[in-house]
Design a protein around this ligand. Structure first.
Ligand code: P6P
Length: 333
């Protein structure tokens, strides 16, 4: 049954066979997301979806039941989509699916799985990249492409509603799954991130570990109207990247997951290829910005599929302001 997402994909991705393949892939990803949604709603037919499976993923996190279900669903979608390569947070090595596919997908099949047992919104985050003959000769290089090469990016949110936030390079668009309609219908076209914001989003329990420049930025927000910012700030932090990102798309704000001094956290917690890059493309396509505090996320050259990066994104003026704090040499005084 055609839906307004189908109509959008036909209009936005019909210039050549490559684009049509991306459109088809997005349809298959939607089908997988509906399977995951149904599993969540039905409570995993008695399995404890938030229960641990015992294996661990590339993040070192113990896999939850739903992590594995989602990874299988999206791997099948990738096979159905004629992708050449499938790079998943849930698998140490990328999977080669076909020798002549034009695209690859980097994916976090179930982001935020620690939130499953608390009924907080969770999501799937994906990035679609080009595959050239050079990549086919050296498959490892396909997931060493910088985010500026992305052809499409998006995330599904499994919350009160199943939602798709998508960009194929011409703006950021929001679609909602309609069970009555049996497909995704457009909820908002070309959303724009508010340029300014009075709201920051960070896990403040890590404050003492952050770089002094980041602490100075947060201190000035907390100082409110009496401080150098001369206005009060609010704070919202869900601890689920898709939920925090969608709120920022809706009402502005700035998200920070900085690197810190702890071993293993110097590059922060979030992954470049299948968390930071897709969110960065969505934010930039919505007039926002995304950096590692200083450098544009989409310009970062990845060393490997699972590399981490510090991540700051949201209202462009705030992201740029944080960049100025990062270069403030007086901060060390
Ligand atoms: P912390 C969820 O586990 C996740 O990968 C992202 O969705 C989220 O932004 C981040 O980790 C939360 O991390 O350390 O604040 O729990």
């Amino acid at each position: 049954m055609s839906s307004s997402l189908d109509a959008y994909l036909r209009s936005a991705l019909d210039a050549d066979e490559g684009q049509r393949q991306i459109a088809e892939a997005i349809r298959h990803l939607c089908t997988a997301s509906i399977k995951v949604r149904n599993t969540i709603i039905e409570g995993g037919s008695g399995n404890d979806l938030g229960g641990q499976r015992g294996d661990s993923n590339s993040d070192g996190d113990i896999q939850k039941e739903l992590d594995v279900i989602a990874d299988k669903a999206f791997l099948q979608a990738a096979r159905d989509s004629s992708f050449a390569f499938f790079g998943s947070e849930e698998q140490d090595e990328a999977v080669t699916l076909s020798k002549d596919g034009l695209h690859a997908i980097a994916i976090d099949p179930l982001d935020g799985s620690s939130n499953i047992s608390t009924n907080v919104s969770i999501g799937t985050i994906f990035s679609i990249l080009p595959v050239t003959d050079a990549h086919r000769k050296n498959p490892k290089s396909v997931f060493e492409q910088k985010g500026a090469n992305q052809l499409a990016a998006g995330f599904f949110t499994y919350g009160p509603q199943l939602q798709l936030v998508l960009t194929v390079g011409n703006g950021t668009h929001v679609f909602l799954f309609s069970p009555k309609f049996g497909g995704f219908v457009e909820q908002a076209a070309s959303v724009m991130v508010a340029d300014r914001s009075r709201e920051f989003s960070a896990n403040m329990s890590n404050y003492r570990h952050w770089d002094v420049h980041i602490r100075n930025y947060i201190d000035d927000c907390l100082a409110g109207a009496e401080g150098p910012r001369e206005r009060d700030f609010g704070m919202r932090y869900v601890g689920s990247l898709v939920a925090d990102a969608y709120r920022i798309l809706q009402r502005g704000g700035v998200f920070l997951y900085p690197g810190d001094e702890r071993k293993g956290y110097q590059k922060g917690r979030l992954r470049l290829m299948y968390e930071a890059n897709p969110v960065a493309m969505l934010m930039e396509q919505a007039g926002g910005a995304a950096t590692d505090g200083a450098r544009r996320i989409l310009d970062i050259e990845p060393e490997s599929l699972h590399v981490r990066t510090p991540l700051v994104f949201g209202s462009k003026r705030e992201v740029e302001r944080i960049g100025r704090y990062m270069t403030d040499s007086d901060a060390l005084a």
